[in-house]
Design a protein around this ligand. Structure first.
Ligand code: ADP
Ligand code: MG
Length: 732
């Protein structure tokens, strides 16, 4: 029997190194009832999966004991007040502040807006550095007391570190960075290098502080997106307007947006036609004209006049909020490289301890070398062995990559997806709504035996319940021609084929020529008519009534403006592009020829899925791009499923990635972003390991001592995070 898992989300303060995340992971995983844990340093959050009764108090205590601040974040989709319990542990983690409560309430996540230099850790570090300077002064004035003054200073810095090492050890992580530090500093005191031990601890603390600052920047970059949405809105109620908090807006409210204002909610224009600057959300620099019934996004700017907008999504559910939430969740989902590094560092730290011990013991024992000298070198090796730079190398780059992508409308649900894009060798596109704009227009109506208006009326009757883009086209035309739309009985959509039902006692079908052929006989003249329309790149749906062909409805859906360029860009990267469509072969080929893509036509949804499977069996790594309308199985069958074009909500939830701005070019951008991120990770690992190798050699050779050793680790960590942050400026 399997119990469905529940998930509880927490926000964590004071995590600034991936090894912190690993420590928390291990500690929480050990608790009874916990099935899975995922912790993200960059989004400062943890999700615990459990089989029902989660010992929440225990989770809070366990994490607080390790020295981190933790609060529970709850209630996400429903937009209710969220934070239930605050747990403030007075050690070193930034305590959970009221601001955290506010930001989780908005579901936009992020850290409390506390300045890094005011955190407990910063205060401790500064106090400790000041004490160190004082110790130097006192030592200079009273040389006899020097050793004791340094020792006292050291204790101030070392005790909290040792305490964290102990707590992590008790919670299942005996080999932590703190353990290495504590052993190295204690050892140094024992061989008389007290002064140096003190300096080492201060460098360690400064390094940790800088890492925290760097990790906070990735978080801030995502948070800035959320900040684009104004906090208040002018809402029209009972004749007047009043200012209300944006999060209190409800669906259906009509808001007034003044020129130059940011739009406070996702909505539909009810009055006014203005240039809207969508750059903040779409990255598109030229403002676009948006008129009545068109969609506008929260965070975009009405540039030239007043707009009235009807709210279509609550604050917690607008596009930006959903993007922020997806990115945060994505950051918790680890990439394979990240998992590998995690596993690696589990063995790495104990191995470093062993090597340090061997270096300290072997030369004096075997070659009768000087004990103090080799113990000193052994301790330096412990410091070099700190894996901080290595463990942060991958998650920092991935977090920055996910954040950058999100800001450019490229959403990826996790490190694994981001990493996977690099290896894509084939992209299969859906046609309608993917390569085309998905706004088909009826161009021709041909009637057989009835008049055109009746053909349109019958077709429109069937389409009323359908969500297919073609249905919208037919209904729009019926409205424009003022054709009556009678009700249809037992209407149903046949995926990839069309729609059928009963209208006024007549059994009617509207759909592809192929599917219509199974239901009615088409004569030669009709076949020719369809053929010639198809040849013009038009999609033809055939109307059959009581087993007789009653008419043809031809529709044309223009390709997206950048479709041809987007496909060419993929080919330039050596990636194969294929169009999969349920449409007629001639139409498909006419469109494919204009786009320069190979086409597979007349496919049912299961055929699309099968073809994706075949491509994969050929050894290709396949991405499938679609709008999710009847192509969800193929999206799922691909290595990476990509939803395009604001997409239906279903597509966004089920696909691995989403292209928000409906640009075909964005597919290749995702591949390039993935390559940039993976190259960045390569550089990071190179720097982290390279610096260690150099200092390992100089230490053994006796050229460098304790403090350069720790500087090598913190220095590498800072370099690695700074390098990863370069990705935040990626343009593609
Ligand atoms: P695509 O692969 O381009 O997304 P679909 O698989 O959705 O196309 O549909 C295949 C064909 O079936 C369409 O070209 C059209 O002729 C017909 N069809 C499907 N659904 C409808 C509908 N709701 N109204 C009219 N025709 C439809
Ligand atoms: Mg489709």
């Amino acid at each position: 029997m399997t119990v469905p898992l529940k998930q509880t989300r927490f926000r964590i303060g004071g995590m600034d190194c991936a090894s912190c995340a690993a420590k928390i992971d291990t500690a929480v995983r050990r608790l009874d009832g916990v099935a899975d844990v995922s912790v993200s340093v960059t989004s400062a959050s943890m999700t615990v999966s459990h089989g029902g009764a989660l010992p929440e108090g225990k989770v809070l205590r366990q994490v607080a004991r390790l020295g981190y601040g933790i609060i529970k974040a709850e209630a996400r989709i429903d937009g209710q007040a969220s934070t239930v319990k605050a747990y403030d542990h007075a050690d070193h983690g930034e305590p959970a502040s009221k601001q955290a409560v506010a930001s989780t309430h908005l579901h936009m996540g992020g850290e409390p807006g506390q300045a890094w230099w005011r955190s407990r850790r910063a205060v401790l570090t500064v106090a400790y550095a000041a004490a160190l300077l004082a110790a130097y002064a006192i030592g200079y004035l009273f040389p006899a007391a020097e050793r004791w003054v340094f020792l006292a200073t050291l204790l101030v810095g070392l005790v909290p570190v040792a305490r964290r090492a102990l707590m992590a050890g008790l919670a299942g992580t005996p080999f932590s960075i703190e353990t290495l530090m504590a052993i190295a500093a204690t050892g140094a005191v024992m061989i008389g290098a007290t002064e140096e031990a003190t300096a080492v601890v201060v460098l360690f603390l400064i390094g940790e502080l800088l890492e925290g600052v760097a990790a906070g920047r990735a978080r801030a970059s995502i948070q800035r997106l959320a900040d684009l949405v104004p906090k208040t809105a002018l809402v029209e109620r009972a004749g007047g307007t009043s200012e209300v908090p944006a999060e209190d807006l409800s669906i259906g409210d009509v808001i007034v947006v003044r020129p130059g204002d940011r739009i406070p909610a996702d909505g539909e224009i009810v009055e006014g036609s203005r240039y809207v600057d969508e750059a903040p959300v779409t990255g598109e620099s030229t403002p676009k004209r948006r008129g009545v019934a068109e969609t506008v996004f929260a965070g975009t700017i009405s540039t030239d006049g007043v707009l009235k907008v009807r709210v279509t999504a609550a604050a917690s559910d607008n596009t930006i909020a959903r993007v922020v939430r997806l990115v945060e969740e994505a950051q918790e989902a680890k990439a394979p490289t990240e998992r590998f590094i995690d596993r690696f560092s589990r063995y790495y730290t104990p191995a470093v301890l062993a090597v340090g011990a061997l270096v300290a013991l072997l030369p004096p024992l075997l070659a009768d070398s000087d004990w103090n000298e080799w113990i000193y070198k052994g301790l330096a090796i412990l410091l070099i062995g700190c894996p901080c730079a290595l463990v942060i190398s991958t998650p920092a780059a991935i977090a920055a990559g996910l954040a950058t992508g999100a800001r450019r409308g490229l959403l990826m649900k996790g490190g694994a997806v981001l990493e996977g894009f690099r290896g894509i060798t084939a992209v299969a596109f859906d046609k309608t709504g993917t390569l085309t704009a998905g706004r088909p227009v009826v161009t021709d109506i041909v009637a057989y035996g009835r008049d055109e208006r009746t053909v349109l009326a019958l077709a429109a009757a069937l389409e009323q319940g359908s969500g297919h883009p073609l249905a919208t086209a037919v209904l729009d035309r019926a409205k424009a021609d003022k054709a009556p739309v009678p009700p249809a009985l037992a209407a149903k959509a046949i995926s990839g084929k069309g729609v059928e039902g009963s209208v006024g006692g007549v059994a009617v079908f509207l759909g592809s020529g192929q599917a219509a052929g199974e239901r009615a006989n088409m004569n030669e003249a009709q076949r020719l008519a369809v053929d010639s329309l198809n040849g013009e790149g038009k999609t033809v749906s055939v109307l059959a009534a009581d087993g007789v062909v009653a008419g043809l409805i031809a529709m044309r859906d223009e390709p997206r403006p950048d479709a041809a360029a987007g496909i060419a860009a993929l080919k330039a990267e050596g990636i194969r592009a294929v169009m999969l469509t349920g449409d007629n072969r001639r139409t498909a080929e006419a469109i494919a020829a204009s786009l320069g893509i190979e086409a597979r036509a007349e496919l049912l949804p299961q055929d699309k899925q099968r073809i994706v499977g075949e491509l994969r069996r050929e050894g290709l790594k396949v991405a499938k791009v679609g709008d999710g309308i009847n192509d969800a199985p193929a999206l799922a069958a691909a290595n990476i499923g990509i939803a395009i074009g604001g997409g239906t909500d279903v597509a966004l939830e089920t696909a691995d990635a989403a292209i928000l701005h409906g640009r075909v070019m964005d597919v290749v951008r995702m591949v390039k972003l993935s390559r940039a991120v993976m190259a960045n990770i390569g550089q990071n690992i190179g720097v982290a390991l390279g610096l260690k190798a150099v200092f390992l050699i100089t230490t053994i050779a006796g050229i460098t001592g304790l403090w350069p050793a720790i500087l090598a680790d913190t220095g590498a960590t800072v370099l690695v995070t700074a390098n990863a942050m370069r990705l935040l400026r990626w343009r593609g």
